[in-house]
Write a protein that binds this ligand. Sequence first.
Ligand SMILES: [Fe+2]
Length: 233
Amino acid sequence: MGDRDKANPELIPDLGFIDEKPEAFGTGYLNIPADYRLMVENILDLSHTDYLHPDTLGGVITGAKTIVTEDEDSVSIQWKSESQDLPPTLLAPYQAIYPNNDPVGDLNAIVRWYPPSILAQDTGFGPPGTVEDPPIKGLMTHIFTPESEGTTHYFYSVVDDFIAADPSMKEVIIGGLGAVFATEDSPMLAGQYERMNGRDFWDMKPVLLSLDRAPAKVRRRIDELVKAEAVSA
Ligand SMILES: [Fe+2]
């Protein structure tokens, strides 16, 4: 989809962090039967992890404090969660680094959207009291490229301190994320897309919750970009 002649390399965001620790870097790919904008919104709303992934990634976000910021080039949402019981998938690698700690930690995650559908996710974990600058970092990219009206290429990558501490974690983390995305996110997104049945998002008069501030801003920014491109065509 799209006009190749309009591709402008100057607009590619700086994702240089993915090169900084090659030993801790891994990638994955999925084809998702849904509109790319639903996928962007899913990542911008990390609270979905508590409901959609309760046994793996979830359990630490719903009570988080959120801060939404934006500039000309991006929209960001930050989630700060203190003294949370960490989910099993985080607890094991976390305790491998902090062996004498209890199963409680702080989380500070920032998800930054770049037009049209690129997300950089910086997730920090650490012992209680470190929420402002947690010592363990996981940096992810989520790149959504529309393949057709209702299918999207999903390219994701991870640069993760858990992998840096234990290289065998690469397969666990990349494989685990792929399984969660494929069996939990993908069916939910496909169901959402099918239920919309081709209707315009705003025509459906969605009720927006406070946690929808960032996704709604991004949806409007994408609308504006698509409109501007249509006018200039
Ligand atoms: Fe998810």
